[in-house]
Design a protein around this ligand. Structure first.
Ligand code: FES
Length: 151
């Protein structure tokens, strides 16, 4: 779907900015917001480009650079930290062969750190795109990544 087609789905009201940015990012195969998308959004909402850029930059769920097809976000907030969240990152880095903040050379996975995912009762937790995974340990991480590699 084109940027124009996505924008046409939303009333040109400022309150729609976050929903528009989500829709545009989700629509891009590399999971990010392009300059063109930010510019078209600004025009649609009659905002300045810098204000739209500022919002996109402020929220960690938005990316201004290309990412993998699957974005893995690992919680490092207090409860997950207590439940060995740092080990989860280490296991993922080993399995994927990249460091946190990087994308695999094949463009399949991006590994990111995130704040609380609202899954504290089930810590440690991560998300892959919109799907949540809880009670993570090395074996579960290997199984999940093996599944995603098949897609
Ligand atoms: S602290 Fe990790 S999900 Fe809440």
């Amino acid at each position: 779907m084109s940027t124009k087609q996505i924008l046409e789905k939303f009333e040109p009201r400022r309150q729609n900015l976050l929903m528009i940015l989500h829709a545009l990012q989700d629509n891009h195969p590399q999971n990010y917001l392009t300059e063109e998308a930010l510019g078209e959004t600004a025009k649609h909402l009659k905002l300045t480009k810098s204000s739209v850029y500022g919002v996109a930059k402020y929220y960690t769920m938005f990316s201004l650079k290309p990412r993998g097809k699957f974005v893995i976000r690992v919680c490092v907030s207090a409860v997950c930290e207590l439940m060995k969240g740092q080990e989860v990152i280490g296991h993922l880095e080993n399995v994927l062969g990249i460091k946190s903040g990087e994308t695999t050379p094949c463009g399949t996975f991006t590994l990111e750190i995130a704040e609380c995912l609202g899954q504290c009762q089930e810590a440690p937790s991560m998300m892959i795109n919109e799907k949540v995974f809880n009670h993570l340990d090395e074996q579960k991480i290997r199984e999940v990544i093996t599944e995603y590699r098949k897609w």
